[in-house]
Design a protein around this ligand. Structure first.
Ligand code: IPD
Ligand code: CA
Ligand code: CA
Length: 263
């Protein structure tokens, strides 16, 4: 992919914030950590990364709106473009020194996702996508996996944890899914779960109660890699519902069938 000016801006911002996160990862013990709510850590690293991303993106595209996990919505003069940014997706992993976390930057034009970058600075994996131009991991074009049966599929999911999510429903969904699949995984960074499906490493993924910044870049990544993404109803928008199901067309359908049958 010959990167457009837009992708260059996003990649440059992600790499700069990524360097900062990587430095902070090395000093994790000294990191100043505050609590936003039960088990919802927000680190100084997180806030610093978001400010860097805001500065770089606002400088390159003055006027675009910005929705970030830490700073919330900042209106722009250009009402049709909005950055949707998670400066550190996988905070719990980060704080435990587990190298599965990422910066996620999506761009909305009106209601359409037009570009996305997901960057894991720990292993230097950079995912980029632009609407109509495909999805790439470190310059290699991505295609969702081709498996058609759940019994040969590896599926990622999200899990409730202290103070978060519907535990009973999660138990029922896991109970329904576990006996049908080749393997279930819980990695702890939604943007990388979506990127993993786009890359064909994972056959599918579902999670509930996510936020637009977890989803925006990864949803476009999957669509541009030939996959299907929706909410739990099959054609609803995860950016609106917060719930996501994805995979190739067949696995997406099979996952929905299992999940919809859960009481
Ligand atoms: C979280 C991660 C995690 C998902 C949570 C998200 P954060 O984002 O994506 O995988 O299960 O629901 O909130 O808090 O690390 O940015
Ligand atoms: Ca997140
Ligand atoms: Ca975050």
């Amino acid at each position: 992919m010959i990167p457009s000016a837009l992708i260059n801006v996003m990649v440059k911002a992600a790499r700069r914030a990524g360097r900062s996160l990587k430095r902070d990862l090395g000093e994790i013990e000294n990191l100043q950590v505050s609590m936003k709510g039960p088990a919802n850590f927000v680190s100084a690293a997180d806030k610093r990364a978001e400010e860097m991303l805001y500065d770089d993106l606002a400088k390159a595209r003055p006027g675009y709106g910005f929705l970030g996990e830490e700073g919330g919505a900042r209106e722009g003069t250009d009402k049709s473009h909005t950055w949707i940014v998670d400066p550190l997706d996988g905070t719990t992993n980060f704080l435990h020194g587990i190298p599965q976390f990422a910066i996620s930057i999506g761009l909305l034009r009106e209601d359409t996702l037009i570009a996305g970058v997901i960057y894991n600075p720990a292993n230097d994996e950079l995912y980029v996508t632009e609407r109509g131009k495909g999805a790439f991991l470190n310059d290699q074009r991505l295609r969702v996996a081709g498996r058609k049966q759940l019994n040969e599929s590896v599926i990622a999911c999200g899990l409730p944890h202290i103070g978060r999510g519907n535990l009973g429903l999660a138990h029922r969904e896991l109970g329904a899914m576990m006996p049908k699949v080749a393997g279930l995984r819980r990695f702890g960074a939604a943007s990388l779960d979506l990127a993993g499906v786009a890359a064909g490493r994972l056959d599918g993924y579902w999670e509930r109660d996510l936020q637009p910044w977890d989803l925006a870049a990864g949803m476009l990544m999957i669509r541009e890699a030939g996959g299907k993404v929706s909410g739990m109803q099959g054609s609803d928008d995860p950016l609106k519902t917060g719930d996501v199901v994805c995979g190739n067309e067949t696995i997406h359908r099979e996952l929905l069938k299992v999940l919809k049958a859960v009481p």
